[in-house]
Design a binder for this molecule. Structure first.
Ligand code: NAD
Length: 402
C-alpha cells in the first residue's frame, strides 16, 4: 500500500509539473495499481485435516516450495503432512513455518488451503475476508452452508471450479482415484466373509463373471469401468449424455456396454446386478435418487452398492455417509459402501494428484488476490461460492431456501 501511494505521489508531482495529460496520469495510475495487485505477498495456511481417517493434506512440499519461490509465506500445522508421507522437516527445508495448532495457522493466514470442508470445531477460527480454498460440497450440508455465510469468509469450492468446456479440473483427480477405488472395495465386499454374496468379479473359465452396473459415465464411472473391465466383469454404464455414451462406446473394451439412463433401464438391470456404482453428478446440486428404497427388493441379497456420489447426497435413496472406520451397512440385505472421502484412504496418491491440480489456482489467488484472480480466470470465478456472507450460488440458495 505504501509502495503504491509512493508511486502515485511521485507521478502526481510529475503531473503537477504539467509534463503529462490528465488521461495519461489516470492510465499510469491504473497500471501501477495492477502491478501492485499482481505481485501480492500472501500468507498461506495449511492446517491438518481432522475429518475421520483423513490423511491427505492441502499441499505437498513441492507445492509449498513453488509458492515460497513466488514470494509468499506458508504456515503448515505441525504433522499436517505425516499421513501423506511428508514430515515437518521436509516442509521446513523448503521454507515453510511449522505452527503447533490449527488456530495459529488460521490466525496468521490470509488464505487457507485444505482438502475437506471445515468441521464445526474449525468454524470459530475462520474470520471475515479470509479465503478458504478447499472441497466444500455445500449441497450435502445446510449446517456448513449457514456456518460459512455467518463466517463472512471468501469460500472458493474446488468442486465447482469449472472450465469453459464444463469439466471440473479440481474434482477430476479425486474422481479418478475414487472411481478406481470403487471397484477395489466393491470386489472386496462381494466376498462372503465381508457380508457379500460371494462372487468373484471376473468369474473363472467356465463360470460367468459378475455384472457391474455403473450409474453415470463421467470421470468416476469411466475409471470404475476400466478397472472392472480389466478384472473381467460384465460392465454396463448408464448415462443421460448421449455424446458421452458414444465416446465410451468407442473407447471401452468389449466387456463394457453403454445404455441411455432411464428409470426403466435401471429397473431392468437390478435383478441381475452384483455390484452397483453410483457415479452421477448434477453440477452444484444434490444427486438425483435413481434407486429408491423399494427398488432394493429387486436386487439379490449380498449384492454391493458403492455410492461414490454420497458427497452430493448420493444417487441411491438408502445411502447415508459413512467413514473409513465404519464404511458399510446393510439395507434390505444389500450391502452399502458410502464413504464420503474415499481418496483419503490412499493419501500418498491422492495428495500428489490433488496438489498438481490445485497449485496453479493457489498461485493465481496468492499472486493476484481473490478479486482479480476471479476476474481474470473464469474457472476460478465459477468456484467462488461465498463472499463476505453473501451466497453466490443460485442452485444452492434454492436447495436450502436461503
Ligand atoms: N465419495 C468420494 O470420495 C468421492 C470422490 C470423488 C468424487 N465423488 C463424487 O462422485 C460423483 C461423480 O463425479 P464425476 O467426477 O464422475 O462427475 P462427472 O460430471 O464427470 O460425471 C457425472 C456423470 O453423471 C451423468 N448423469 C447425470 N444425470 C444422470 C442420470 N440421471 N443417469 C445417469 N447418469 C447421469 C452425467 O451425464 C455425467 O456423465 C460426484 O458427486 C463427486 O462429487 C465422490
Amino acid at each position: 500500500m505504501h509502495y503504491i501511494l509512493w508511486q502515485h505521489g511521485i507521478f502526481a508531482m510529475y503531473y503537477t509539473s504539467s509534463k503529462v495529460t490528465a488521461s495519461e496520469f489516470f492510465r499510469w495510475s491504473f497500471f501501477f495499481t495492477l502491478i501492485n495487485q499482481t505481485s501480492n505477498n500472501m500468507k498461506i495456511g495449511i492446517p491438518k485435516e481432522i475429518k475421520n481417517l483423513e490423511f491427505r493434506v492441502g499441499m505437498t512440499p513441492a507445492g509449498v516450495d513453488s509458492l515460497i519461490k513466488n514470494g509468499h509465506q506458508v504456515f503448515v500445522e505441525q504433522n499436517a503432512g505425516l499421513g501423506s508421507g511428508f514430515s515437518d522437516a521436509v516442509y521446513q527445508s523448503v521454507g515453510a513455518k511449522i505452527l503447533p495448532t490449527a488456530q495459529e495457522v488460521y490466525q496468521l493466514a490470509e488464505m487457507i488451503v485444505k482438502v475437506k470442508e471445515p468441521l464445526a470445531s474449525e468454524y470459530p477460527f475462520i474470520r471475515p475476508g479470509q479465503i478458504l480454498f478447499t472441497y466444500f460440497h455445500f449441497a450435502a450440508s445446510k449446517e456448513l452452508t449457514e456456518a460459512m455465510i455467518k463466517s463472512k469468509a471468501i469460500c472458493i469450492a474446488y468442486e465447482t471450479v469449472e472450465l469453459p468446456d464444463h469439466s471440473l479440473p479440481l474434482l477430476t483427480p479425486m474422481s479418478e482415484v475414487a472411481g478406481r477405488m470403487a471397484i477395489q472395495v466393491g470386489s472386496f465386499y462381494l466376498a462372503k466373509p465381508q457380508g457379500g454374496k460371494g462372487k468373484l468379479l471376473g468369474g473363472v473359465p467356465g463360470v460367468l463373471p459378475a455384472n457391474v452396473l455403473i450409474l453415470g459415465g463421467g470421470v468416476v464411472g469411466t475409471q470404475a469401468a476400466k478397472m472392472a473391465a480389466g478384472l473381467g466383469a460384465n460392465v454396463t454404464i448408464l448415462d443421460t449424455n448421449l455424446a458421452r455414451l458414444r465416446y465410451l462406446n468407442d473407447t471401452m473394451p468389449p466387456n463394457v456396454n453403454t445404455q441411455f439412463s432411464t428409470h426403466f433401464a435401471i429397473q431392468e438391470h437390478l435383478p441381475s446386478t452384483d455390484l452397483i456404482i453410483g457415479a452421477v453428478l448434477l453440477h452444484g446440486a444434490k444427486a438425483p435418487h435413481l434407486i429408491k428404497r423399494e427398488d432394493l427388493k429387486k436386487i439379490s441379497p449380498g449384492s454391493v452398492l458403492v455410492d461414490v456420489a454420497v458427497d452430493q447426497g448420493g444417487c441411491i435413496e438408502t445411502c447415508r455417509p459413512t467413514t473409513h472406520e465404519n464404511p458399510v451397512f446393510f439395507e434390505e440385505d444389500v450391502l452399502h459402501y458410502c464413504v464420503a472421502n474415499m481418496p483419503g484412504a490412499v493419501p500418498q496418491t491422492s495428495t500428489a494428484a490433488l496438489t498438481q491440480a490445485t497449485l496453479p489456482y493457489v498461485q493465481l489467488l496468492a499472486n493476484q488476490g481473490w478479486q482479480l484472480a476471479c476476474e481474470n480466470n473464469s474457472a476460478l470465478k465459477n468456484g467462488l461460492t461465498m463472499e463476505n456472507g453473501h451466497l453466490l450460488d443460485a442452485k444452492l440458495a434454492l436447495e436450502f431456501n436461503l
